[in-house]
Design a protein around this ligand. Sequence first.
Ligand SMILES: NC(=O)c1ccc[n+]([C@@H]2O[C@H](COP(=O)([O-])OP(=O)(O)OC[C@H]3O[C@@H](n4cnc5c(N)ncnc54)[C@H](OP(=O)(O)O)[C@@H]3O)[C@@H](O)[C@H]2O)c1
Length: 387
Amino acid sequence: MNAAASPPASDTGPFVAITGGTGLLGSYLVRDLLLAGRNLALIVRRDRKKSAATRVEALVRHWEDALETALPRPVVLEGDLTEPLCGLTAEDRHWMHWNCGELLNNAASLSFRGSDRAAEPWLTNVTGTRHALALAREVGIEHVHHVSTAYVCGLRSGTVAEDDLDVGQAFGNDYETSKCEAEKMVRAAGFASTTVYRPSIIVGDSQTGYTSTYHGFFAGLRLGHTLLTRVVKGSTSGPALLALLGVNQADHKNFVPVDWVAEVIAHAVQTPAARGRTFHLTHPDPLSMHTVGRVIQEAVETFSVGASPDDPDLCDEQWFADNLRSQLDVYQSYFRNDPVFDRRHTDAIAGHIPCPPLDDATLLRMSHFAIETDFGRRPARTPASTT
Ligand SMILES: NC(=O)c1ccc[n+]([C@@H]2O[C@H](COP(=O)([O-])OP(=O)(O)OC[C@H]3O[C@@H](n4cnc5c(N)ncnc54)[C@H](OP(=O)(O)O)[C@@H]3O)[C@@H](O)[C@H]2O)c1
């Protein structure tokens, strides 16, 4: 723990312990809760090269650069959800007992496929959630917030209420099944309050286009980009792409910008009336697949560099079709028609925080960022410099 090394700059009550703070949504949650003056403790695993403390320092500096303001340092608790009690030392658990009043469990594996329950996505989403809840119980935390997904509804159609969970629905992939199981476990755990947040598909920052993960909309964009840069000119028309994926252009898909999702969760964490409720963090105006295809086409034609016939990396269409077929169930999980997500609870507590429109200019800004950073392979500039 680096609590002694980096005391919080403010004294605004008990700490919120957060898992998954280094991820896309988590990094915005950290930003917004620090800006709101909350004391934070981040449960973060080390990566191959960096300790948890180094990773958290890089995250806070990233926001300091972007916002051009100094931020207080969170306490860092090095831990991994796949280990019992998240692998925290007795000293860290003792510290949590005296300092943490809430847990915001946001960490997850976003792997879509995996039948082995000892591997992802089950390991972090189900076993990891069980470990996080056991940790919260052991250190005496009473209020738990859990980031789930709107797609715990699986393959349901019609209108899905925020209080619905297991109605016997079928699921589109292992990720959805694992997140539904986790949400059931969290609700049954018996904390003084359990608040559940269910975003739909998270895209980038509505202001800057910044993202660090490339699911959903970006999976389709990456496909269009690969077609243009590695296969043949002319194969990137939006309708052709959607036809390849077997997508119906009249279907609708629900995307939400990460900055809005984080702002609403941060607000709910600070709002006692939100406790114990479940919130669909979904867009009031889902996009038609026709619009998605059209924007992807415009984005790759504007920002991607087309393939040259003498490029040694050029692939033939057969290679591409074969590879696409092997990935098709992933794309179809992303692009099947969505139900209507009722969002009465969200409107009641966050009606004053409108979800930014995902118009062409916003989606093109996000696409530009993704293509410019080669979908995460090139280092991202700070959010501030992407405008
Ligand atoms: N992205 C979406 O479209 C979407 C939509 C709906 C709901 N959600 C939910 O939103 C939450 C955040 O997702 P995201 O998009 O921000 O994902 P992300 O960018 O992939 O971040 C995942 C976070 O979880 C952490 N994590 C994963 N396994 C862990 C483990 N075993 N121990 C400790 N930490 C672990 C990661 O840490 P490392 O940095 O160490 O890998 C990272 O901080 C998740 O609960 C997800 O299910 C996401």
